[in-house]
Design a protein around this ligand. Structure first.
Ligand code: BO1
Ligand code: ZN
Length: 258
């Protein structure tokens, strides 16, 4: 059986096959805002996003999530990052209802979902797979999603979920799309720390950048994610595909704002 989120293959079992999952710098974590450290350098060099429109996009049901791969050269720099990181894919984690589903929690608060935009260090490495296990290999933007207004920019993704209901299905959509629409308005306020992939193989290769401002998706948009199936036949839906917070250990969370 492959890894997943059930009792039999869920997060507490991952380290048996993926030893990194038992490491000391795992993700996600709870962000305890009373313990974060304001760093003026982070405020002085805010995150700078240079995402290019995609003239088409490919969405897939991985069985563990809904994922969209990025083809064009879209770049992220600034904040805690040295050099340039290239957008590879984005995907989400979500719950069975609105009061939980995010991976990171903020002072213990859980959100309905969490969007991850995954980037690799293209100043130092030549591909995602070369970077994925390196300590400075990846940067992931984490965006909290709450139930509320319909999200215009996420509409095309939601429409696509219907075409990838079963595990392993992919769908190419011939519509232009700029991933910038998925970001919160306020990108100046974020927390950052060093951690891991939140799914196997759980490599400790990620500089996490979690935005303070949440973004809203409508109840229908969240429901579309919850109707994806985690198998190739009708049956179980993908829900609660999040890893609970891991110990922060010796790590410090830095804040770009006071
Ligand atoms: S996340 O943003 O920390 N949830 C995250 C988790 C895993 C990946 C990217 C971001 N990528 C994984 C792929 C696996 C692959 C592995 C090593 O990278 O999901 O399919 O085996 O390349
Ligand atoms: Zn993720």
């Amino acid at each position: 059986m492959s890894w997943g989120y059930k009792n039999t293959n869920g997060p507490h079992t991952w380290a048996v096959i993926y030893p990194d999952a038992a490491g000391q710098a795992q993700s996600p974590i709870d962000i305890d805002t009373t313990e974060t450290i304001f760093e003026s350098d982070l405020a002085a060099t805010p995150m700078s996003v240079n995402y290019k429109p995609e003239d088409r996009f490919t969405a897939s049901n991985t069985g563990a999530s809904f994922k969209v791969n990025i083809n064009n050269v879209s770049e992220l720099r600034g904040g805690p990052l040295n050099g340039c990181y290239r957008l590879e894919q984005f995907h989400l984690h979500w719950g069975s209802c609105d009061d939980h589903g995010s991976e990171h929690t903020i002072d213990g608060k859980t959100y309905a979902a969490e969007l991850h935009l995954v980037h690799w260090n293209c100043s130092k490495y030549s591909s995602f797979s070369e970077a994925v296990a390196e300590p400075d290999g990846l940067a992931v933007l984490g965006i909290m999603i709450q139930s509320g207004a319909e999200h215009e920019g996420f509409k095309d993704m939601v429409d696509t979920t219907r075409n990838v209901r079963k595990r392993g299905q992919t769908c190419q959509v011939l519509k232009s799309f700029n991933p910038t629409v998925l970001l919160p308005d306020n990108m100046n306020d974020f927390w950052t720390y060093h951690g891991s992939l939140t799914t196997p193989p759980c490599y400790e290769s990620v500089q996490w950048i979690v935005f303070k401002q949440a973004v809203q998706y409508s109840p229908n948009q969240l429901q579309a994610l919850r109707s994806l199936l985690n198998a190739d036949t009708d049956g179980e839906c993908i829900i609660d595909n999040y890893r609970p917070p891991m110990p922060i250990g010796n790590r410090k969370i830095r804040a770009s704002f006071k």
